[in-house]
Design a protein around this ligand. Structure first.
Ligand code: ADP
Ligand code: MG
Length: 339
């Protein structure tokens, strides 16, 4: 019997378009002799689009039309064997949709409520990983209330970390709202921007030298495996939104040109992080490697990484001998597996 799969794409975050691109690739790759796949595009307003509007959105990359409220659609999702929530960022990768699907009793691809929520929040990730002994840059939390009532203490936190530093909304992605602050004079604008997007903001010390950015894929549930390590290189000051999404601005190197012991540490630390955060199915774990000092810092864990055929995560597993189509098949089967 073919398994019925509901593929959710689009969503309410800034990564809506990326998700649509990923969904097109996944839709084309899931073997039809094993799966019956129904795509549903979620509009930026959170409406679940009917089939014709979904098809148009996947084709044009623009979600238009009224659509249904999520609660009406979840009831009709009951006939599915599994859901593939191919959604990035808030309201997709952060435990919200995972909670809904858990309540509805439908298995789904990827991490559950806890793993998704803990990995999405940069502060929570840091706290969990610190207790697991994973190396990270120094950081401090500030809330919108702190910034409003006690701006001097927030600035004090920044001084203690030293410049340059990074200011980031705790729960976003795609580098949206992130600033590299080189001098104290730039701090207020960076904090205003981050707090306009999130109630919680993380201040992060910058690595002492411009880091190399290396990434590794994890696949599995309770016995996860790590892919080879990949590297991203680019010309920009840091990996900002424009560099991420302008074709040709960043290059992927697989495998990363790293000493063997460093690559091994990356893979081991990524597996430790995956377990500590209670991730499942898949994650892409991103690191900073400071070549000058040999230091390795875990930067973040993405529980639903970009998933086009040219995205880092599938490319990493391709290098491990798992084709794109095998990879999506495995992910769905991991969702169906008894946990
Ligand atoms: N502490 C840091 N030291 C050096 N570079 C950093 C640091 N934090 C972020 N960056 C740069 O900013 C980019 C985006 O930060 P990241 O935390 O990965 O945000 P997002 O979740 O939006 O991808 C990184 O890929 C890196 O280029
Ligand atoms: Mg990142």
């Amino acid at each position: 019997m073919k398994k019925r799969i509901l593929l959710l794409a689009g969503g309410q975050s800034g990564e809506h378009e990326v998700s649509l691109m990923s969904a097109r690739s996944v839709l084309a790759a899931l073997p039809r002799d094993q799966f019956d796949v129904t795509p549903v595009v979620i509009s930026k307003q959170g409406r679940w689009l009917p089939p014709t509007d979904t098809a148009r959105a996947l084709e044009t990359g623009e979600a238009q039309g009224g659509g249904d409220l999520v609660l009406h659609r979840v009831a009709s999702a009951e006939g599915y064997d599994a859901v593939f929530p191919l959604l990035h960022g808030p309201m997709g990768e952060d435990g919200t949709i995972q909670g809904l699907l858990t309540l509805a009793g439908i298995p789904f691809v990827g991490s559950g409520v806890l793993g998704s929520a803990a990995s999405m929040d940069k502060v929570m990730t840091k706290q969990v990983l610190a207790s697991a002994g994973v190396p990270q840059v120094a950081w401090k939390l500030a809330t919108r209330r702190d910034w409003k009532d006690r701006p001097e203490s927030v600035k004090q936190s920044a001084e203690e970390l030293g410049f340059p530093l990074f200011v980031k909304p705790a729960n976003l992605g795609s580098s949206v709202g992130i600033s590299k602050v080189s001098r104290p004079e730039e701090l207020t604008a960076a904090l205003d921007l981050a707090f306009s997007l999130d109630r919680r903001v993380i201040l992060e010390a910058m690595t002492r030298h411009k880091p190399r950015e290396v990434e590794v894929g994890i696949l599995g549930n309770d016995a996860p495996i790590a892919s080879p390590v990949g590297e991203l290189s680019f010309d920009a000051d840091f990996y900002d939104y424009e560099t991420k999404y302008t074709a040709g601005r960043a290059q992927m190197h697989i495998p990363a040109r790293l000493p063997q012991d460093v690559a091994k540490r990356v893979r081991d630390l990524a597996l430790t992080a995956f377990r500590a955060l209670d991730c499942a199915g898949l994650s892409r774990v991103d690191f900073f490697y400071v070549e000058e000092t040999g230091e390795l810092f875990l930067n973040e864990v993405n529980t639903m990484p970009g998933f086009t055929t040219t995205s880092m995560y599938p490319k990493l597993f391709e290098a491990a001998g798992i084709s794109y189509s095998d990879l999506v098949t495995r992910l769905v089967n991991l969702a169906l597996e008894e946990r």
